[in-house]
Design a protein around this ligand. Structure first.
Ligand code: HSE
Length: 309
């Protein structure tokens, strides 16, 4: 049996929700073909964006590690062959390794007679992220599997709450020609935060979750702030402040660092704006610093799904 799945890019943190909030994007996405292998092995091949630098050792690849967790959790007596076509550039801040992990778990699950629930797939993929990024975190893999806007209420035991993103929410992304690994971006973070920052984050995170649920884009824009993590990482992304200011001046509701960077993500109201002026403003602000970037307009999307090959 051969199955093809798509697994989307995601934006983690989404302002105040470090390691907690995540948003699935419509584009870009990876495509994974999965087939059963009799002898219990996991075989992996990777093509597409950045594939030369992605490990194909099954013990070091996030898709195969996640698939292994799923097969073991199900007590499966077979292995899988995973052929991954990367549409999401690694080290981009839009969940490239998370999408592979989510897709590996989802694809292996498609081959089971009794498929496991989403919570088990999210946990398998989060553990795979732990092996490749150095710390278990589920804020990319949860939206990649479930879709929409997700809140990781707890990692242990795992509980993820999700809501469909507001239907008028547009997303503009600018990806500079700069690589930032999640592992490196976590090394610059503090071990503790002042109480005033904690209070700031609780207020903004609670309001942002309510704004997503209510579809209140004004409240969403006011709530999308990060007082701790993005400032610590700003030195990793040249022109970050200028790009965000350019997006806000062009009509964005909010502009922020995607995950651990370097992508800059801007949200906007589709009823007021088609997003094209926002992406060109972001691209222009990178260019003024002699930094090439790719930019595109997309929307919030669904999670992993089966494609008809
Ligand atoms: N929450 C993670 C971080 C996401 O910011 O390190 C990594 O993409």
């Amino acid at each position: 049996m051969r199955v093809r799945v798509s697994t989307p890019a995601t934006v983690a943190n989404v302002g105040p929700g470090f390691d907690v909030f995540g948003l699935a994007l419509k584009e870009p996405f990876d495509v994974i073909d999965v087939e059963m292998v009799d002898d219990g092995a996991i075989i992996i091949s990777v093509t597409g964006l950045g594939s030369d630098d992605i490990p194909v050792d099954p013990k070091r690849n996030s898709a195969s590690i996640a698939a292994r967790f799923v097969l073991d959790a199900a007590g499966a007596d077979f292995g899988v062959s995973l052929s991954i076509k990367k549409g999401i550039r690694p080290c981009s801040g839009i969940g490239s390794s998370g999408a592979s992990a989510a897709g590996g778990a989802f694809a292996a699950n498609m081959l089971l007679d009794d498929p496991l629930p989403n919570e088990v797939l999210v946990l398998a993929a989060a553990k795979a992220e732990g092996v490749t990024a150095g710390k278990v975190h589920a804020d990319n893999v949860a939206p990649s599997i479930i879709g929409g806007f997700t809140v990781v209420r707890s990692l242990s035991p795992l509980e993820v709450v999700s809501v469909a993103a507001p239907k008028h929410l547009g997303v503009a992304v600018a990806m500079p020609d700069v690589m930032v690994s999640t592992r490196a971006a976590r090394e610059v973070l503090p071990d503790s935060v002042p109480v005033r920052d904690l209070v700031f984050h609780v207020g903004h995170a609670a309001s942002l979750a309510l704004a997503m649920e209510r579809g209140d884009l004004g409240l969403l824009g006011r709530s999308l702030r990060d007082a701790v993590f993005e400032p610590m990482r700003s030195s990793l992304v040249p022109r970050l402040a200028e790009v965000e200011t350019a997006a806000m001046d062009a009509g964005a509701l909010a502009s922020f660092l995607g995950g651990s960077g370097p992508c800059v993500v801007s949200l906007f109201d589709l009823r007021m704006n088609d997003g094209e002026n926002i992406v060109s403003a972001m691209k222009g602000a990178f260019e003024e610093g002699n930094i090439d970037s790719e930019s595109w307009v997309t929307a919030c999307g669904e999670g992993c799904r089966r494609l008809v090959p």
